[in-house]
Design a protein around this ligand. Structure first.
Ligand code: NDP
Ligand code: 2IT
Length: 453
């Protein structure tokens, strides 16, 4: 919620002026920091040691950023050049940990926003992981498997110098899934001549964890259920609008259906589909194959099933639902989308994507007092199971799906408890405040313990 207390408002404005000056033009990074600072500032004003040690200033400056050129050859023998980054944001409570994104829109601002949020998210999981993020402006769409392979191999030639199982452990994100992680890991083995869990999301026969593929989507639904359970309700029987049709969206849909909800939408960057009467397992399996194996477009679902309509160039938020789960990308719910959702009766919003709601949209949800689970809490299940993959690699063991899934459920429940503990406000729970304060304390206390470093 935007602050009505003038002292807090003043401090937020002053801090943001400095941050914007130091990071000119990085609008997504400004946005992610502003959201955190708005809810942290009252807490900081009450806790002098954090202010004196200038924890917030230090926490908003990445430890380092590596920027490098990636040259590769396409199938027509043209030389292609992309840019790649690894933002090592903060390693106070564990090795840098966070995904790699391949998308033409990737730039430093986007990776800094993602790396910054990852610090809080990873802290919330309770596992020993710092925060980082990386990626490239490489566009995997329309590329052959061989082109993706050559790109991944070239990228790893530089990246391998900067990562390690106790240094920095990348994983997937938009445009980086099982195929890319396989190519990247294979190239690392060739370069380093040592097997180590330096990436997560690996294939199951070479050190990957069971349930990692499903973890972000499942975790998001578990968090949604936890929020509803707190008010004596549950997801069963509710209608759900999901955006995206990638890794997070598919498994959020699968778990929602398994728990008895009615999933009525999915989307991709070309538009959304409305599924009359809700999705069943057959339709979901069609989408999974379409997206994971054939890399096709969501419009094809409407061609195949009579009860599905495709809405070109639109987002799914005008479909009246009980629950919205944005699972595609940042800023996909504007203030206007939020108002439409609220007017149509949405009572729960649970974020599978990172920063899918813009600042005014988030204020609208908080002001309306609905259940609003922010990304850094609600989508932490993916990185949590990545942390469990690191543990299994370190032990040279692999746990059963049941073991991993039950640990995931416990972690999501613990994150929910942390959010409630720090987020109680006006008789309800402000999960944004709870997640920001809950994620902050552990990292900030470690920084205090280390002195001025
Ligand atoms: P995928 O690449 O598997 O899927 C991304 C989906 O979002 C696709 O349907 C894609 O459509 C759509 N999308 C991507 N960019 C845009 C855009 N600019 N406009 C509209 N639609 C878009 O990625 P994931 O499912 O892994 O990631 C989705 C979100 O979840 C991201 O915000 C990511 O950071 C976050 N996340 C992912 C985790 C993970 O474990 N994978 C963990 C936690 C968060 P199209 O195919 O047309 O591009
Ligand atoms: O945003 C995220 O948390 C991820 N993309 C997953 C990161 C990870 O290291 O598993």
């Amino acid at each position: 919620m935007a602050h009505r207390n003038p002292a807090v408002k003043d401090q937020v404005a002053r801090f943001m002026r400095g941050l914007i000056r130091r990071n000119e033009g990085e609008t997504q990074f400004h946005q992610a920091v502003r959201e955190v600072v708005e809810s942290l500032m009252p807490f900081l004003l009450e806790h002098r040691p954090y202010r004196e040690a200038r924890i917030l200033e230090r926490l908003t400056e990445p430890d380092r950023v590596v920027i490098f050129r990636v040259c590769w050859e396409d199938d027509a023998h043209n030389v292609r050049i992309n840019r790649a980054w690894r933002v090592q944001f903060n390693n106070c409570i564990g090795p840098y940990k966070g995904g790699l994104r391949f998308h033409p829109s990737v730039n430093l601002s986007i990776l800094k926003f993602l790396g910054f949020e990852q610090v809080f998210k990873n802290s919330l999981t309770g596992l020993p992981m710092g925060g980082g993020k990386g990626g490239s402006n490489f566009n995997p769409k329309g590329k052959s498997d061989r082109e993706v392979e050559r790109f991944c191999q070239s990228l790893m030639i530089e990246l391998h110098r900067h990562i390690g199982e106790s240094t920095d452990v990348p994983a997937g994100d938009i445009g980086v899934g099982a195929r890319e992680i396989g190519f990247l890991f294979g190239q690392y083995l060739r370069l380093a001549n040592r097997y180590a869990g330096i990436l997560t999301g690996k294939g199951q026969n070479f050190g990957g964890s069971l349930v990692r593929r499903e973890a972000t989507g499942y975790g998001c639904v578990y968090f949604c259920e936890n929020m509803l359970n707190r008010i004596g309700d549950g997801i069963k029987g509710k209608s759900v609008a999901i955006s995206g049709s990638g890794n997070v969206a598919i498994y959020a849909a699968q778990k929602s259906i398994a728990l008895g909800a009615k999933v009525v939408t999915l989307s991709d960057s070309s538009g959304f589909i409305n599924i009359e009467g809700g999705m069943d397992r057959e339709l979901l399996e069609f989408v999974r194959q379409l997206k994971e194996e054939r890399r096709g477009r969501i419009a094809e679902v409407a061609d195949r099933f009579d009860h599905v309509s495709f809405h070109k160039g639109q987002r799914p938020w005008a479909v009246p639902v009980d629950i919205a789960m944005p699972c595609a990308t940042q800023n996909e719910i504007s203030a206007n989308d939020a108002r439409v959702l609220l007017n149509n009766g949405v009572r729960t919003v649970c974020e599978g994507a990172n920063m899918p709601t813009d600042l005014n949209g988030a204020h609208a949800f908080l002001d309306a007092g609905i259940l609003y689970g922010p990304a850094k809490a609600a989508n932490a299940g993916g990185v949590a199971v990545s942390g469990l993959e690191m543990s299994q690699n370190a032990q040279h063991l692999s746990w059963s799906a049941h073991e991993v899934d039950s640990r995931l459920q416990t972690i999501m429940l613990d994150i929910h408890k942390t959010c409630v503990r720090h987020g109680v406000e006006n008789g309800g729970v402000n999960y944004v405040k709870g997640a920001n304060i809950g994620g902050f304390i552990k990292v900030a206390d470690a920084m205090l313990a280390y002195g001025i470093v």
